[in-house]
Design a protein around this ligand. Structure first.
Ligand SMILES: Cc1cc2nc3c(=O)[nH]c(=O)nc-3n(C[C@H](O)[C@H](O)[C@H](O)COP(=O)(O)OP(=O)(O)OC[C@H]3O[C@@H](n4cnc5c(N)ncnc54)[C@H](O)[C@@H]3O)c2cc1C
Length: 361
């Protein structure tokens, strides 16, 4: 028999954790199932740089990623101060710059942002205004674009803080508990079926039974420590192949990422990718030459053919997936939309491209 008000969330990536929190906070008793252990260093979510940037990647992204992302940004800003552990985050906007040979990429980005009607989020910078924002870039870049509101959050602090908050707010957390099968409003664990009012499936790439066309897109990131570099905000460099960014973190740490390679290989970072990321950093600021390489990480982004996330409904189960490059940007929007459906059984007006019963299946 279905248990009133009891919901299950499967998967403790950024999507499952934020989904669990929103449901728990709207009066549901949440049980979260995760097949791996509580360290949460195994999944795509643990590798991400944590950029929450709706607009500055619009030359590669769908316009929905920007409008949904702008809503998600507001959700992050309301949730982060309520978590039970401190989480590094900043919302100082993103600077986009290009070397002279890549400056047409900068122009294309500005044109696309205007064409899609997001110009209110963009400021064209001169040499002077660029220097005011990031004094250490003085003399190396003649122009840039500034996008606001945009920000970043540190996934390594955020994921444990979400777990701690869920636990303290009464959610039941079942780590090292693989879900063997999911059906309409029920799931099977240790060969036994359990029924819930709703099941929210947030298994990422493991959900190929529901999303057979989902694929992994390989991404590589590097963590550097560079005591001589002072940058205030994330900087995105226009690059002919990847959207490369440098994200400052406390204690002079900098995340550099991320490659996007059509491959499901989980082999370690290649020399080619490392050279491209490191030379981008060095060309941004020569003091990166003396940086320590703290680590390199690789993971696969769950990506649907439309390059947008999707929610599929099967009775009392919602399958959420396909966050691709935008997991931190869009997870709160997906989770908010699914929470609305659980409460009202209707989809919000602007979510019609999100709720895709047949697409990608
Ligand atoms: C290099 C790189 C950099 C990135 N940078 C950014 C960025 O700056 N900004 C941004 O917005 N996004 C970024 N992303 C994308 C982002 O990381 C992903 O979109 C996001 O992590 C996907 O989250 P998820 O919760 O859907 O999946 P996952 O993180 O893969 O989580 C799925 C969870 O489900 C669990 N699971 C699977 N099957 C079962 C089962 N049967 N039972 C129980 N549990 C199960 C898994 O163990 C896992 O914990 C980046 C990705 C990469 C690879």
């Amino acid at each position: 028999m279905t248990k009133q008000n009891q919901v299950a969330v499967v998967g403790a990536g950024v999507l499952g954790l934020i989904q669990a929190l929103l449901l728990q906070r709207t009066g549901h008793q949440v049980t979260l199932f995760e097949r791996e252990n509580e360290r949460l260093d195994h999944h795509c979510s643990s590798v991400a740089a944590g950029m929450i940037a709706p607009f500055c990647e619009l030359n590669e992204a769908e316009p929905e990623a920007a409008s949904w992302g702008a809503q998600a940004l507001a959700v992050w800003q309301s949730i982060l101060p309520t978590l039970k552990a401190p989480v590094h985050s900043s919302f100082e906007g993103t600077l986009v710059i290009a070397h002279h040979q890549d400056r047409t990429g900068l122009q294309h980005l500005a044109e696309r942002v205007k064409h899609l009607g997001f110009e209110h989020s963009m400021r064209v910078l001169s040499r002077q205004t660029l220097r005011d924002l990031e004094p250490e870039l003085e003399g190396r870049f003649a122009e840039g674009l500034f996008f606001s509101p945009e920000g970043e959050v540190d996934p390594r602090m955020l994921l444990p803080a979400l777990v701690q908050t869920l636990r303290s707010e009464g959610a039941i957390l079942r780590f090292q508990t693989p879900v063997e099968e999911i059906q309409d409003g029920k799931l099977r664990v240790h060969a036994e079926w359990q029924e819930f009012e709703w099941v929210l499936d947030c298994r990422g790439l493991a959900a190929r039974d529901i999303f057979p066309h989902i694929r992994g897109v390989r991404g590589e990131v590097m963590l550097l420590r560079a005591p001589d570099v002072q940058l205030r905000r994330p900087i995105r460099m226009v690059h002919p192949r990847y959207p490369l960014y440098i994200v400052p973190r406390p204690d002079h740490h900098f995340f550099i990422g991320a490659t996007a390679v059509e491959s499901e290989s989980m082999r370690k970072t290649t020399v080619k990718s490392a050279l491209e990321m490191l030379s981008a950093a060095y060309s941004l600021h020569p003091a990166f030459a003396e940086a320590e390489i703290i680590e390199t990480r690789v993971h696969l982004r769950p990506t649907l053919p439309e390059h947008l996330p999707a929610i599929r409904q099967q009775g009392h189960t919602l399958h959420l997936n396909g966050l691709t490059r935008h997991g931190y940007l869009l997870a709160p929007y997906l989770a908010k939309t699914a929470t609305h459906f659980v409460q009202h059984q209707t989809w919000p007006e602007d979510a019609h491209r999100l709720h895709r019963p047949q697409a990608s299946a």
